[in-house]
Design a protein around this ligand. Structure first.
Ligand code: SAH
Length: 336
């Protein structure tokens, strides 16, 4: 009974494990979505989960090439759009700020120096971001600047948002307690993430009104709705999502069809999704890798291994997808 040990060790029962237990005892079972939301809020608020010492690694943490090519993509679109007002770099769920730092460096090389607006709920990760970029922070999209084009990036953000799960009979699945353990009362046949749709619709509305574009990178199928993709990662290995809530990273695959539909409904152009490997190749990752290797020949093998990790079909190249939302009067983005 690991959960109970922790509860008595804390002596106060205010861990998410204890909070969820108390709530279920009080109110009865809760939706998978409520379980996931409570677990992840605690998880991200209390740690930096990224990198070798943490629970998982992301593309920008693997190589500077990822953020640089995102920056090149934004700068290229910006310069071809010939927008007059000052632009904002907006990142949603910026992790350690590594992607922002690499993208801003690449943008400044192309003559673009946008103001930086970061949407981040975790105080721990805000501190990490502040070490890498100077920015304004936001709890959600509602306080973002309401004028001027938005150049938005969201890498592995939507996968962390809560999903509702439904059984084959259409009934919403719930999480209860059975012999002291959390358990879900059925097999999932369908997932939806209203929280993700609300955010993408808000984003699209802002881009349609202010100009700009958003690049969304995450894992999920090219088409169709994910069925049962709720998963937990702990120390770089899959774990039981219904054990130790708040101590493991809970994610679900992203439904790009649904996100794209919600964005289109708000009046932006949706481009993609395409596979991450294909997008990075089209953006010139091979040339960038060769240039980095020329600058540091002793690191050539590592640079090429990182490039392969980001692009190879059996690594991140195929599972991850890239989708763009673009203001209607902005040009066609590169890489698709
Ligand atoms: N984009 C980063 C980090 C991905 S992890 C990278 O690629 O390395 C998910 C990020 O989203 C973290 O920064 C986490 O704190 C943030 N996050 C999770 N839920 C959030 C929410 N509801 N609102 C804002 N940020 C959130």
């Amino acid at each position: 009974m690991k959960g109970f040990d922790k509860l008595s060790a804390n002596g106060e029962g205010d861990s998410p494990d204890a909070r969820l237990r108390n709530r279920i005892v009080r109110e009865g079972s809760i939706s998978v979505s409520d379980y996931m939301a409570e677990a992840n809020a605690h998880y991200y608020a209390t740690r930096d989960p990224l990198g070798a010492e943490g629970d998982f690694t992301t593309a920008p943490e693997i190589s500077q090439m990822f953020g640089e090519l995102v920056g090149v993509w934004l700068a290229d679109l910006w310069s071809r759009a010939r927008a007059s007002a000052g632009a904002y770099y907006v990142e949603i769920g910026p992790g350690r700020g590594t992607l922002a730092q690499d993208a801003l460096r690449a943008m400044s090389g192309a003559g673009l120096a946008p103001r930086v607006e970061l949407v981040e709920t975790s105080p721990v990760l805000r501190r990490a971001q502040a070490q890498r970029v100077s920015a304004c922070w936001h709890d959600d999209l509602s306080t973002l600047p309401a004028e001027g084009p938005l150049l938005v990036v969201a890498n592995e953000f939507f996968d962390a948002l809560p999903v509702h799960q439904y059984g084959a009979d259409g009934r919403e699945l719930r999480v209860g307690l059975h012999e002291g353990r959390f358990f879900r009362d059925g097999e999932a046949a369908r997932e939806t993430s209203p929280a993700s749709l609300a955010i993408v619709a808000d984003l699209a509305r802002r881009i349609a009104a202010q100009g700009g574009a958003a690049l969304v990178v995450d894992y999920g199928p090219l088409r169709g709705t994910p069925a049962d993709t709720l998963q937990a990662m702990s120390r770089h290995a899959f774990a039981d999502p219904f054990e130790a809530p708040g101590e493991r990273d809970l994610t679900a695959h992203v439904d790009f069809d649904a996100l794209g539909g919600a964005a289109r409904g708000e009046g932006v152009r949706v481009v993609g999704p395409v596979e991450q490997g294909a997008w990075l190749k089209a953006m010139g990752i091979d040339l960038r890798a060769a240039a980095l290797a020329r600058g540091a020949p002793e690191r050539t093998a590592d640079i090429m291994a990182d490039r392969d990790r980001l692009t190879a079909a059996d690594q991140m190249g195929r599972l991850f997808k890239v989708m763009a939302l673009v203001a209607r009067d902005w040009p066609q983005p590169a890489g698709f």
